[in-house]
Design a protein around this ligand. Structure first.
Ligand SMILES: NC(=O)c1ccc[n+]([C@@H]2O[C@H](COP(=O)([O-])OP(=O)(O)OC[C@H]3O[C@@H](n4cnc5c(N)ncnc54)[C@H](O)[C@@H]3O)[C@@H](O)[C@H]2O)c1
Length: 369
């Protein structure tokens, strides 16, 4: 299936393309066209993804013989390695290999690799170019687009970071086939969010194509990733530095992040976002924004993706307390994202602890299975 590239603009100027591919064969050609022939390239990846896809990329880049040198930096997979120690090791490698400002980093992996590599690229020599090759669903539909880069610091997620735009986002939808089911569903948290906050038609399409999505039908996955990328592009073009509309992308994330932390990261990010999306929908319903049919429709659709049940004895107040550390807190108010209807989200500054407590109680009583 041939899918059209998407160009992402910053301040109305085209800055990078997102390309959709079924292999890594075309990568060298695009890098050549972007002016990287004769440059050094460092492919940054982690153990899981490198074992699956690094060889194919090395073959593609080395076959052409157009780059000065192609080197690799592989770190241990996992969020716990998205930190400054790994960035420091990467800086050391780049210095040893004499990378200069004209050279290039390639992030091959999920959101962890993309965020870490982007941050190293933003800061090494005050900024060098980088390319995103996202391999997880979450990174293809969300984290590789928009230029948000960063690492975790102590127990604080994404506490250190920078905005730094990639020169290219090169996706291979076939790489999604090696994701395990939980990781795939985790990515669906962001996909459903796109429909819920901005595009009712897309939400309905996801619902109607559930069985093709969950069985990883190639053409369906291509359409899904493409549609999500179009939504993410629209939001980041309108609000590149998260001062306004981009906050809508936090739908499901305020309580989702708090839950992720409370559960000690035993649940995946997207699983918590899916539960957080149900909680935000419950608050929207309890405030009278959406009717019961709409709420039921949302919960039934999210539940099709088999999200794990929460322990019955969770400490709701502790989870709510964790929302106070959220980056969305303004003074003592939380920038909560709620729905007016499916496809129409807004920022609500008046969500109280009691609203959150009620939503959690409703969830545990009626939907936690
Ligand atoms: N920058 C942004 O705008 C943004 C947005 C959302 C999330 N994020 C960040 O993204 C990260 C989460 O991303 P993620 O879920 O991709 O995490 P991840 O990079 O850890 O990938 C998830 C798991 O899937 C594996 N994996 C990745 N691609 C694979 C493939 N094709 N086949 C088999 N296994 C594969 C990884 O090895 C890992 O075990 C978080 O750190 C989050 O903060 C950033």
């Amino acid at each position: 299936m041939l899918i059209e590239d998407i160009t992402v603009h910053v301040d109305n100027k085209p800055v990078y393309d997102i390309t959709f591919n079924d292999s890594y064969d075309g990568l060298a050609d695009i890098l050549n066209r972007l002016g990287f022939s004769g440059k050094k390239i460092c492919i940054v990846s982690e153990t899981n993804v490198a074992s699956l896809y690094l060889d194919a990329i090395l073959i593609s880049l080395n076959n052409e013989g157009i780059f000065n040198k192609v080197t690799t930096f592989i770190f241990n997979a996992g969020e716990e390695n998205k930190n400054l120690d790994v960035v420091r090791d990467l800086y050391e490698r780049l210095i040893t290999e004499k990378f200069d400002r004209n050279d290039l980093l390639i992030a091959l992996g999920g959101g962890v690799t993309g965020d870490l590599t982007g941050f190293a690229a933003a800061t090494y020599l005050r900024g060098i170019d980088f390319v995103q090759i996202p391999t997880s669903l979450l990174s293809q539909v969300d984290s590789s687009i928009g230029g948000k880069t960063g690492v975790d610091f102590s127990s604080y997620k994404n506490m250190v970071g920078a905005f730094h735009m990639p020169r290219l986002v090169y996706m291979n939808q076939n790489s999604l086939k090696s994701l395990d089911k939980r990781q795939f569903i985790s990515g669906m948290g962001e996909v459903l969010k796109h429909g819920l906050i901005l595009d009712a038609g897309y939400y309905t399409w996801i619902k109607n194509n559930f069985s093709k999505i969950i069985t990883l039908d190639y053409d369906t996955l291509c359409e899904l990733v493409h549609r999500s990328c179009l939504i993410k592009r629209m939001v980041v073009e309108e609000d590149p530095t998260e001062k306004g509309k981009r906050a809508l992308l936090n739908f499901g994330h305020t309580l989702g992040h708090a839950l992720e932390k409370y559960m000690n990261f035993e649940l995946l990010h997207g699983e918590c976002v899916l539960i957080g999306s149900i909680l935000a929908s419950l608050i929207s319903y309890n405030k009278g924004n959406i009717d019961k049919n709409t709420l039921t429709d949302i919960i039934t659709t999210i539940k099709m993706f088999e999200i794990p049940a929460l322990p019955k004895d969770i400490d709701i107040d502790k989870i709510i307390d964790y929302t106070r550390n959220d980056k969305k807190v303004v003074g003592d108010k939380i920038k909560f994202i709620l729905l007016k209807s499916i496809g129409n989200a807004y920022i609500d500054m008046d969500v109280t602890k009691e609203d959150m407590r009620q939503a959690f109680t409703d969830y545990l009583d009626q939907y936690n299975m």
